[in-house]
Design a binder for this molecule. Structure first.
Ligand code: MOS
Length: 739
């Protein structure tokens, strides 16, 4: 079978799309195709693969924040029945977790730079023995004075390279603009460290077949992880196969290879048997990346007409030295509102603190908690409705880059949301609406999240039976990839999705974007689309018509009077590879999803307790590929918004920066009892600059601003403005009005 190919760089507008085909499966609210496997326990997650002769690994973490390791007392560990070996080479324990980076930097071997740093892998015959021996391992440390603080160290902050986002943006003269503005706001918001808290802990099974390595690991971006792993092990990636057919959430914490993967691979080689290492829940909190805490100064300056002239966002986040990542909290501030004088800075305060990296809308996830509340504060100062204030500052083009938006329906989202939510019933003056001892209020916030396209490849085979098989190393981390890719192939090839088999999560297949940055569906989906387009061209040739005359529906190809079944046309099968890359559109347009969040909350006037009563999110994210999975993404994003506003915070022990609340009992993520009726509405949109499917990213868009809408609603309910997240009742109590 020859393999056809279709390659595309996005340097043109996609005014038409093969997804507007007659099959009608795209966009349909289809349930996830792998759902039955998951609910019946038949979807195999990393730690569940059955492997013969397995040995069990357990990571041992540093208990001190800064020290030289001067020795190790292994005696008690070695006495544990079933212990096999203790590994503590530098090479075993990389602490890579950076966006865009394919290197896998080694942990400084004998140097501890944060509490929680992996120092050894203990391998035993059983998991219990490995854990017991690991806990009995005693490192001897020459402790060094650690830098543990964040607060008050802004003067020591450093600018990092622009790898994650532009670190500094300066346009005009913010200081002068703030002096000139008739109305100004200058406030500081703070957000805590957070953990992705994916349900499935990070896990790896490494096994060798001769010189070839097969690794099952819970990861989001296999093609990137594949390169990292090859580099860390000094191997050709062709000799490594990485698999992750099912992933139980990642939210950023599984973007890159995590502690345990390299160590397990090396231990497996040394032992000549497979090694499985599963992090404990506590280790997930302590040694995978967190979202950094932030300190964000927002400065807004406007005329009495409500038009912004000054927009300042100075952000500080924390990380260990030399790690490179900063929380890009001002990333959407660049393009969200008009204003001539702009100053957006990101600096990092380094300390001996666990690694920070990407988590659930890195940037917007915490940035909007500050910017969108500051906008609410400013609207109030100006005596304007928050929606009206935002409308007055709607830019026609990206105000920083001076390029057009590929699509921008923020105003429509706010207007549609206001109508649906009953925004007109909101009292502009806080604290007006009392129900028993509950103060009730409404708040809103804008949502904006940059849309990304990543290079992605996929193979599609039209079989001799007239069915299709999709193969790519794309992952489905619970988002619906299996289903969406089947819908795309089904729509372009004219097949019901029951005739499309999707195979994912295996580096034996063409390399895809992976799941991250809400780019997965559009990137991997486009490569599937292109592969199917190549097959369509071949089918047209075989039928003797032009591709645009070809109609594919229900397994039949027709053009004019001529009609044949796909099985007949496919012969021995037709195989095609699709490949997409970002082209000129990336710099010629600012691409983002937009939306509006609305929240109604009740604050108990006696206890300060907050109840979110209802929320509505209205989003414009280009073509919706599956109305059900898209909605679910938004429900998840809004739920994370509730977490960010009210609950989620890593508490660091100030003596060591160790995580105190390192499990799901003490680290509070929203549970069902916290979640009221959430409503999601999509505005019809096609983004013709994004990709041939005209779609944009969704999940993280729904996080951005969700927490701010709640904070603004709390202010509207009780008149208390808390600028330190999460907004727990202790912070509200003092300001509550008497009832
Ligand atoms: Mo996302 S934080 O890029 O998984």
């Amino acid at each position: 079978m020859n393999t056809l190919s279709e390659k595309l760089e996005t340097s043109q507008l996609f005014e038409t799309s093969l997804l507007d085909g007659p099959q009608g499966v795209i966009g349909a609210p289809l349930p996830r195709v792998e759902g039955p496997l998951k609910v019946s326990g038949k979807a195999t997650y990393t730690a569940e693969f059955e492997v013969d002769n397995l040995a069990y690994g357990y990571l041992v973490l540093s208990t001190v924040p800064k020290a030289r390791v001067t020795g190790v007392d292994e005696a008690r560990s070695r006495a544990v029945k079933g212990l096999i070996e203790i590994y503590r080479d530098a090479k075993f324990l990389p602490y890579s977790n950076q966006p865009g980076e394919t290197d896998s930097p080694e942990a400084p071997h004998e140097q501890v730079i944060y509490a929680g740093q992996p120092l050894a892998l203990v391998v035993a015959e059983t998991y219990e023995a490995a854990r017991e021996a690991g806990e009995l391992l005693r490192f001897e440390y020459d402790e060094q004075p650690a830098e543990l603080a964040f607060d008050g160290r802004e003067d020591q902050a450093k600018r990092e390279a622009d790898d994650v986002a532009p670190a500094y943006i300066d346009q005009g003269d913010i200081e002068q603009a703030m002096r000139d503005a008739e109305v100004t706001l200058d406030v500081i918001y703070t957000t805590p460290s957070q953990n992705s808290a994916a349900m499935e802990p990070h896990a790896t099974i490494a096994q060798w077949q001769g010189d070839k390595l097969v690794v099952h690991s819970s990861l989001q971006m296999l093609s990137t992880d594949h390169k990292q792993l090859a580099k860390a092990l000094d191997m050709e990636k062709e000799n490594i196969r990485l698999l992750a057919p099912y992933v139980g959430g990642g939210f950023g914490s599984k973007l890159f290879i995590s502690p345990g993967i390299v160590a397990s691979a090396i231990a497996a080689k040394a032992l000549g048997r497979p090694v499985k290492t599963v992090l404990t829940r506590q280790q997930v909190f302590q040694c995978t990346v967190r979202r950094s805490n932030t300190r964000q100064r927002v400065r807004l300056g406007a005329g009495r007409d409500g038009k912004l002239i000054a927009m300042g966002h100075d952000t500080f986040s924390s990380n260990v030295v030399g790690h490179g990542f900063f929380e890009p909290a001002g990333i959407a501030t660049q393009f969200l509102y008009a204003g001539k004088h702009r100053h957006i800075h990101h600096d990092v305060i380094h300390s001996n603190i666990m690694l920070a990296g990407s988590m659930r809308a890195p940037g917007e996830g915490s940035g909007a908690l500050a910017l969108e509340c500051a906008m609410d504060e400013m609207a109030q100062q100006l005596g304007l409705d928050p929606i009206e204030f935002r409308k007055r500052n709607e830019p026609e083009r990206d105000p920083g880059k001076d390029v057009p938006f590929s699509s921008r329906k923020l105003v429509q989202c706010m207007e549609e949301g206001a109508e649906r939510f009953g925004w007109s019933e909101r009292s502009a003056t806080p604290g007006q609406h009392l129900e028993g001892e509950w103060l009730v209020g409404m708040g809103m916030a804008a949502a904006a999240r940059g849309n990304l396209l990543m290079a992605s490849q996929a193979r599609v085979i039209l079989t001799s039976k007239g069915t299709a098989v999709v193969e790519t190393d794309m992952t489905d981390i619970g988002t619906g990839t299996y289903t969406i890719l089947a819908q795309i192939a089904g729509e372009v090839l004219g097949l019901d999705i029951s005739s499309v088999e999707v195979k994912l999560g295996d580096t034996a297949f063409p390399p895809a974007s992976g799941s991250g940055g809400s780019f997965g569906a559009s990137s991997a989906g486009s490569s599937v689309y292109l592969a199917c387009e190549a097959i369509r061209k071949e089918l047209a040739k075989k039928l003797g018509c032009k591709p645009d005359e070809l109609v594919l529906k229900d397994g039949t190809a027709s053009a004019g009077d001529c009609s044949k079944s796909l099985a007949e046309l496919a012969g021995d099968g037709i195989s095609a590879e699709g490949s997409i890359k970002p082209g000129e559109n990336k710099k010629n347009f600012t691409q983002a999803g937009f939306g509006a969040h609305f929240a109604e909350v009740a604050v108990n006037a006696v206890t300060g307790e907050v109840r979110v009563r209802r929320m509505l999110g209205v989003f414009a994210a280009g073509r919706i590929l599956n109305a059900k999975t898209a909605r679910s993404q938004c429900l998840g994003g809004m739920t994370f918004g509730i977490g960010a506003a009210l609950e989620e915070a890593i508490i660091h022990d100030p003596r060591t920066n160790k995580v105190v609340n390192h499990d799901l009992a003490e680290y509070h993520v929203p549970v069902n009892a916290d979640i009221p009726q959430l409503e999601v509405h999509f505005i019809e949109e096609r983004d013709t600059a994004a990709n041939p499917m005209q779609s944009k990213g969704i999940g993280e868009l729904a996080i951005s601003g969700a927490g701010a809408a709640i904070a603004n609603a709390i202010h509207n309910a009780c008149g208390v403005r808390v600028r330190d997240y999460p907004l727990t009742l202790d912070k509200l109590l003092d300001g509550l009005p008497p009832i």
